[in-house]
Design a protein around this ligand. Structure first.
Ligand code: FES
Length: 414
């Protein structure tokens, strides 16, 4: 089984222009040409492209874009660079390259690798074979990179290639589709451009959607379902108040109810005060008992007797006696002592009225005879009703000292 060539072998083969051969055969190892160790700068420049080189041996002559119908891959460009290195690796038999006449092999390789633009010839003859970095730069189109200045050395080829890349990166490049990109830098650039394009699309969508928001807000408001205030028939046709919240919907009528209740209470208080004032201005009618009372027929009263049934309630005695002037009469004596108004008591055993306050004594006829009482007891008017009953009228009094007991209204003859 053939051993895969190493990186050094591939580089050496690229310099020589031939395909890489593995150095695993012991017999051919001594016969192989001594491998020229690349300088530190060359190794640093080649390092990114080195892993792709040993993957498969490069073709002796690289394919052309016209033959493939697609852009050259990095590997194909590397193969083309190898072909150019082979031409440059043998400067002795061919004349040194000049600015006007580039090496035929390099020109052929350059024309095949980059058909769109020809690789310019080096400015000065190098006097040495081109390094791999220089070849790569020449293959990518950086014409100045393929002709490094002899005085600057190979280490200055990298800045020249970077400057060339910078000049091309200043303007947006046209990249092939993502599935056909093999260069990591191109792939990164394509991804960056794709991301930027998506960002622009998102920004454009946001800008297009931004004016739609005011249109959505300008939708017609929902109709309000607020009911009119109760107790106002005229307000049914008027415009209903705008209660923006449910709390206002419930608290509004409640607040109105409280105000109506307060005003009602105030009006009731005013009316009550007015009534009490009118009652005060007009005095009450005295709820006194009637001044006349029927005490019964004259035959119900016993002779020489004092009836005390009406003393407590009406304040008089009904007396039937013949002791005043020998005539059997009925009269009504007041129960008020003529001294200071105390009610005397009837003492049936002593046949006298005795005042408990100061000891005044009155006969059954009402004439005072002891104590401080200055005058006899008073009589009330008596008369006979249509039904034959005796009517006592307390509104009229008869005094004995005034001779009023002789009045026929002061007694009833039996
Ligand atoms: Fe009757 Fe004074 S009140 S004696």
């Amino acid at each position: 089984m053939a051993k895969r060539p190493s990186v050094q072998e591939i580089l050496e083969a690229a310099r020589r222009g031939g395909p890489a051969k593995p150095a695993a055969v012991p017999e051919s190892a001594p016969a192989a040409a001594p491998i020229e160790e690349p300088t530190h700068s060359e190794a640093a420049e080649v390092a990114p492209a080195a892993p792709a080189a040993p993957a498969r041996p490069a073709a002796p002559a690289g394919p052309t874009p016209s033959s493939l119908g697609r852009p050259l891959t990095l590997k194909e460009k590397l193969a083309a660079a190898r072909a150019g290195g082979a031409a440059a690796a043998a400067p002795a038999p061919s004349p040194p390259p000049t600015p006007s006449a580039p090496p035929p092999a390099a020109e052929a390789a350059g024309s095949e690798a980059t058909p769109a633009r020809a690789v310019p010839p080096p400015a000065k003859p190098l006097g040495r074979p081109l390094t791999l970095a220089e070849k790569l730069a020449a293959a990518r189109g950086g014409g100045g990179g393929a002709a490094p200045a002899p005085a600057a050395g190979p280490a200055k080829a990298a800045p020249a290639a970077k400057a060339a890349a910078a000049t091309t990166a200043g303007a947006p490049r046209t990249l092939p589709p993502l599935d056909k990109i093999t260069d990591p830098k191109d792939l990164a650039e394509a991804l960056r451009q794709t991301g930027a394009r998506k960002d622009r699309e998102v920004a454009a969508e946001k800008a297009a959607a931004a004016p739609a928001r005011p249109a959505a807000k300008a939708a017609p408001p929902k109709p309000s379902t607020v009911l009119p205030k109760p107790g106002k028939p005229g307000a049914a046709t008027a415009e209903a108040p705008d209660h923006s919240s449910r709390r206002g919907f419930f608290l509004g009528p409640l607040f109105v109810t409280w105000i109506a209740l307060a005003w009602t209470s105030f009006a009731a208080g005013v009316l009550a005060f007015t009534g009490m004032l009118g009652r005060f201005m007009f005095p009450n009618v005295l709820a006194e008992p009637p001044s006349t009372i029927k005490v019964g027929e004259p035959g119900k009263f016993d002779p020489e007797d004092v009836n005390e049934r009406f003393k407590a309630e009406w304040g008089f005695w009904i007396v039937r006696s013949t002791r005043y002037d020998g005539q059997d009469i009925i009269y009504a004596l007041s129960t008020i002592c003529t001294h200071l108004g105390c009610p005397p008591n009837w003492l049936a055993g002593e046949q006298k009225f005795k005042c408990p306050c100061h000891g005044s004594g009155f006969y059954v006829t009402g004439i005072n005879f002891e104590g401080p009482a200055p005058r006899p007891l008073e009589r009330f008017k008596v008369s006979l009703a249509d039904d034959g009953q005796i009517i006592v009228d307390k509104s009229q009094k008869f005094q004995q000292e005034l001779g009023q007991w002789a009045d026929p209204d002061s007694f009833i003859a039996v």
